[in-house]
Design a protein around this ligand. Structure first.
Ligand code: AGP
Length: 619
């Protein structure tokens, strides 16, 4: 959940560390800190709260300007951290980096056996200043840095005693030209550039410096010095081939928008094109999935599909279930990662097990993937981050190509996940003979028009902003949808909750009469999604009348405004006429905009909402 960075090379480290942390701040913002080695001593700067506090402090202490090029061919070295608190409340004392003797450490993850380790180290005379599990790692490594032991050896011995998850970056005054990284169940990458090396929790953090990376695997330890990198597993050197990433660093900037979230909402027509481009051949009527290692025969033998994900990605799973059941006629179940992994799930070799994850690092999704793999299921990851743990652990991967998503609230990743679900369902439908050539051609034609449909839906922005100001003080919202739009009602409610801190419930419209109808009064805005999808329109229209007759303030999101709707609803948001299967994508946009504008109106921190983190790498 935290973000870690490291640098070794000829440049001044602090500005590089700060720039990397700025791009990782979405992972946590309870405290921030950096440490460098100057004159064979640690200089550590830590603050409670956001990175802006750290920058202010560094400016006050005149630590942000360029440092002189080091003499005697030595390298500058530094590490940095932005924290999402687990062990120990947010405070300066609990902020990383943590120092113990000759060792300084930043850590992402949880050291599960911290209590016995702490007791042992205390008995041996170590005194602790923080409440964190990380300080234990610092003391443990320092305790092994005896005699002629190198930093690498000390880290090797220490991680052998640690249980849990960690991405650790360690520096030592004893070996000021060496930086050691250890990884288990928490991501860390090494960025390679001419004469310098960058360490980070994820690729976008250092994309401005390099596009070539080593991605460490669990159990690996790397030592970086000015003369090279050694990666080892179990004490033995291993060869790792660098991966090259095509992402453009500019896409990780705000580009004139007030917030990343708004920029990412507006990127959706373009990113869905990136998702389907090169993957469909309308002439041949085929879908081409480059990294999906499943033949037509494999696809025909699948008896059941299980989709596991968390949060927004779970909503994408619910829509994908509709797509696959409708187009490929395969039964699909959708589960939360945190539930699936602790049940006794039934999956076997005839099951296609799909995980959906933007980050590719979500602990519960990853744990479920590992469990399904053990039980013999065929595994497929729908993932955005290239080289992420989930994308590497699954047998096949279907990248969403949304580009870096910086805002904590997922928007463009969701649209691309739905686009992937649509493509996958067509691919399965073709392989199993469940859809005809004519149907396939229509589905492709619709998909090619998707960017235009999304552009049209974005035109609701101004109207949504006005609605947000009118209803933005309400303390509760209800979102209702049916069929394909039910998951979108859930997603609309989640978006509003997470960035506006407004209580919101998403419900299947037909279920309203079984309970939530009791909530409706003159104070309650009810967002109703009305798409002309089979009989659903008429049924949801009846629900709308039920809300109206109880005084609810109806905000109807629909394809076209009708006189009937104008009469019944307080607000009507027309998104344009769209083919039913594409409704989930199109109807999502005004709901994302609604959450965004309510958040701006209420003055919350849109891109970094309280208590949340972008990658949830803890259970
Ligand atoms: C989305 O707005 C949320 N921040 C959150 O629900 C997110 O979708 C969830 O944590 C899953 O993340 P992942 O896609 O990276 O696995």
């Amino acid at each position: 959940m935290c973000g870690i960075v490291g640098y070794i090379g000829p440049k001044s480290p602090i500005p590089i560390l700060i720039s990397g942390l700025e791009k990782l701040e979405y992972r946590g913002y309870d405290s921030a800190g950096v440490a460098v080695i100057e004159n064979d001593q640690f200089s550590v700067y830590r603050v409670e709260g956001k990175l802006s506090n750290l920058k202010k402090r560094l400016k006050e202490e005149n630590k942000l300007p360029e440092a002189p090029v080091p003499e005697n061919g030595r390298a500058h070295i530094g590490i940095g951290h932005t924290r999402w608190a687990t062990h120990g409340r947010p405070s300066e004392t609990n902020a990383h980096p943590h120092v113990a003797g000759q060792v300084c450490v930043v850590h992402n993850g949880i050291i599960e056996n911290y209590a016995p380790l702490r007791a042992r180290l205390q008995n041996a005379g170590c005194s602790f200043v923080s409440e964190t599990d990380t300080e234990i790692a610092a003391h443990l490594i320092n305790s092994h840095l005896t005699g002629s032991a190198s930093l690498l050896e000390a880290v090797r011995k220490s991680v052998a005693e640690m249980q849990g998850s960690y991405a650790l970056v360690v520096i030592s005054t004893r070996m000021p030209d060496s930086l050691v990284i250890a990884k288990n169940a928490t991501p860390v990458i090494i960025g390679l550039a001419e004469g310098e090396t960058y360490i980070a929790s994820d690729i976008p953090a250092v994309l401005e410096h390099t596009r070539d990376f080593l991605v460490l695997e669990d159990g690996e330890i790397a030592q970086v010095t000015p003369s090279g990198i050694r990666v080892e597993f179990d004490g033995k050197e291993v060869t790792r081939n660098p991966v090259h990433v095509a992402w453009d660093p500019i896409t990780a900037e705000k580009g004139g928008f007030r917030h990343f979230m708004l920029k990412e909402i507006y990127e959706q027509p373009q990113v869905v094109t990136q998702t389907f481009r090169g993957r469909i051949d309308p002439q041949a009527g085929s879908v081409f999935l480059e990294d999906v290692r499943l033949s037509d025969d494999d696809l025909r033998l699948i008896k059941r599909i299980v989709i596991v994900a968390c949060g927004t990605a779970w909503h994408a799973g619910l829509v994908t279930k509709f797509y696959i059941e409708q187009l490929a006629k395969i039964p699909v179940e959708v589960d939360y990662g945190s539930e699936f992994r602790y049940r006794t799930p039934i999956v076997d070799p005839s099951t296609l097990f799909i995980v959906i994850s933007q980050s590719g690092e979500t602990a519960d999704t990853l744990g479920s993937l590992e469990l399904a793999h053990k039980q013999g299921a065929k595994t497929l990851a729908i993932c955005n981050v290239v080289g992420s743990t989930i994308s590497r652990k699954a047998q096949s991967v279907f990248y969403t190509h949304a580009g870096p998503e910086i805002s904590v609230a997922s928007t463009k990743a969701f649209s691309t996940q739905l686009t992937v679900g649509y493509l996958l369902a067509i691919r399965l439908g073709i392989a199993r003979g469940a859809i005809s050539k004519t149907q396939t051609a229509t589905l492709f034609e619709d998909l090619l028009r998707l960017p235009a449909f999304l552009t049209e839906a974005l035109k609701t922005d101004r109207q949504v902003e006005r609605i947000a100001k009118k209803y933005g003080r309400s303390n509760d919202f209800l979102f209702l949808g049916r069929g394909l739009l039910y998951p979108i009602a859930l997603e609309g409610a989640l978006k509003l909750k997470e960035i506006s801190y407004v209580h919101a419930e998403g419900y299947p419209a037909g279920e309203m009469k079984h309970g939530p109808i009791a909530l409706i009064n003159e104070e309650m805005p009810v967002v109703i999604l009305l798409g002309r999808d089979g009989t659903n329109y008429d049924k949801v229209m009846s629900n709308l009348v039920e809300v109206e007759s109880r005084g609810g303030r109806i905000i109807a999101v629909t394809e076209e405004e009708t006189p009937e709707l104008r009469q019944l609803a307080w607000e009507v948001l027309p998104v344009g006429v769209v083919p039913p299967l594409l409704m989930p994508l199109v109807f999502t946009l005004p709901l994302q905009l609604l959450a965004y504008h309510v958040a701006v109106y209420r003055g919350t921190d849109v891109d970094q909402p309280r208590n949340l983190a972008k990658s949830v790498t803890v259970e």
